[in-house]
Design a protein. Structure first.
Length: 58
């Protein structure tokens, strides 16, 4: 039973450590990750600024 408790505590500590490491130090935004000379990242190319409903009726 003592070994199970130690293993459980070690698993929790490793999970918390991995979470802190991955979220804090290794996370990057898409702008940083996919930055290349041929990539165009601007507001015109984002989903929020696209017009999926077509041209407005005038």
């Amino acid at each position: 039973m003592k070994a199970f408790g130690i293993a459980l505590a070690a698993a929790v500590v490793l999970a918390i450590g991995a979470s802190v490491l991955l979220e804090g130090t290794l996370s990057r935004t898409a702008d940083q990750t996919f930055a290349a000379p041929s990539v165009r990242l601007s507001e015109d190319n984002t989903v929020q600024h696209r017009n999926f409903m077509g041209r407005p009726a005038e």
